[in-house]
Design a protein around this ligand. Structure first.
Ligand code: PLP
Length: 414
């Protein structure tokens, strides 16, 4: 078993060991990963990294002693609120990721309903089948229940099914912008109408779309209304460490009105150190992701993010054209923003075998199991590898067609 070394080593030695530990990792910088790492170039990466290291030792818990961190955090929240049409009373919080943003929204909705709506017992969240597992994780911790409703034929959440699933224990309804499994927006205006009529909290999960959709819209792409401009949206989550291209550990949770802050906050004073108040799940918090997000947002500006959106969506379009041209494969439709899924439309092309063949060529293959398909999600890191991927895919499909099934793929690819 690994034990703490008796004697220390030099940084040179330790650094070598760290470097060596990466040998089995995915070659994300060669565009082999369709998720987890969002990257444009070394220059942007250096901004994100240096800003993070400037705030390496500070602590986000110490609001009074690090006014810098508090101000950077306020600025990042204000900029995202502006992008997502927060309006004059909207507020928000910097968090460590989509999971924490969603957790905090669920906790706030629950406590708000308990106090202001006199809701009692095990309270429920109604969400389309495609919503992120973070809602179930939050519900698990908060002793709530998630009721998942079937999707429509177009993979979007079904407002009717949501409406039917709502009962007197329901306190929150969820919509995604877009949802991860099929990469499509839920019909947020229709879901918002139901939430408004039934007086329910509506959370829009824009973890993926929050820092991409506004810029795609600037470029003229068709983006449905999804943010606070839709009446009835109570809270949103938007990840900065995805299409914000910042250091990891960066997301925001946003609320339509400051009155919800009372239910977000955790206050405690029954210990010998007086008042302890936080508005996040964590206590001690890294300030690095805050500084990194602030720096990258200032470095890129709206134009920089428009460029990233352009590169991302043009890359997707090239993949789409290329994959459509391979006999035996078809693109799943619809697909929104940066997502693209494809499947087999030919009995002699087994999609599991295609997945296995691509993985053998070094591509990490994301899978959707309903319908069985291969899941891609693009960012600028993929722009240089379009042709390489398409060539590999064409040859794998040929091979599968001529040799039949290669074998079964491990399903736990996520
Ligand atoms: C990534 C993601 C999340 C969770 O975010 P983490 O940063 O991984 O915690 C939530 N919702 C959607 C739609 C996502 O894509």
């Amino acid at each position: 078993m690994k034990r703490l070394p008796e004697k220390g080593a030099t940084w040179v030695e330790v650094k070598e060991l760290l470097q060596a530990s990466k040998t089995g990792d995915s070659e994300w910088k060669r565009g082999r990963l369709p998720l987890y790492v969002y990257w444009r170039d070394d220059e942007l990466c250096q901004v994100a990294r240096e800003a993070a290291s400037m705030f390496f030792m500070e602590n986000g818990l110490g609001k009074k002693v690090f006014p810098s961190v508090q101000q950077l955090e306020r600025d990042v929240v204000a900029m995202t609120l502006d992008l997502l049409n927060g309006g004059p009373n909207a507020v928000g919080n910097f968090t460590t990721g989509g999971t924490e943003s969603i957790f905090l929204a669920v906790k706030t909705a629950r406590d708000f309903a308990r106090k202001e709506r006199k809701a009692k017992g095990r309270l429920k969240i109604v969400a389309p089948l495609s919503a992120h597992p973070a809602f179930d994780k939050a519900a698990h911790y908060l002793d709530m229940e998630v009721v998942r409703t079937p999707l429509r034929q177009d993979f979007r959440g079904d407002p009717k099914a949501i409406e039917n699933a709502v009962d007197d224990k329901t306190v929150m309804v969820v919509a995604s912008a877009p949802a991860y499994p099929h990469g499509v927006f839920d019909p947020i205006e229709d879901i918002a109408r139901i939430a408004t009529v039934k007086n329910l909290w509506l959370h829009v999960d824009a973890c993926v779309g929050g820092m991409l959709a506004p810029f795609a819209r600037d470029l003229g792409y068709d983006v449905p209304p999804f943010d606070f401009s839709v009446g009835g949206v109570t809270s949103m989550s938007a990840d900065l460490h995805k299409y914000g291209l910042t250091a990891k550990g960066a997301s925001v949770v946003l609320f339509k009105d400051e009155k919800y802050l009372d239910y977000l906050r955790f206050k405690f004073s029954h210990w010998p150190r007086g008042n302890y108040v936080t508005e996040t799940f964590l206590g001690t918090r890294a300030a690095s992701p805050v500084a990194s997000a602030w720096a990258v947002m200032h470095y890129l500006g709206r134009e920089g993010y428009q460029d990233i959106a352009r590169t991302t969506l043009e890359t997707k379009a090239r993949f789409e054209v290329g994959i459509s041209a391979i006999r035996g494969l078809e693109i799943l439709k619809p697909n929104d923003l940066s997502f693209l899924l494809y499947r087999s439309n030919d009995k002699s092309v087994d999609i599991d075998a295609v997945a296995e063949g691509m993985s053998a060529k070094g591509w990490f293959v994301g899978r959707c199991n309903a319908p069985p398909s291969i899941h891609l999600m693009f960012n600028p890191v993929h722009a240089p590898v379009v042709q390489e991927y398409l060539n590999d895919l064409a040859s794998v499909v040929d091979q599968v067609r001529s040799t039949g099934r290669i074998g079964s793929l491990d399903e736990s690819t996520y």
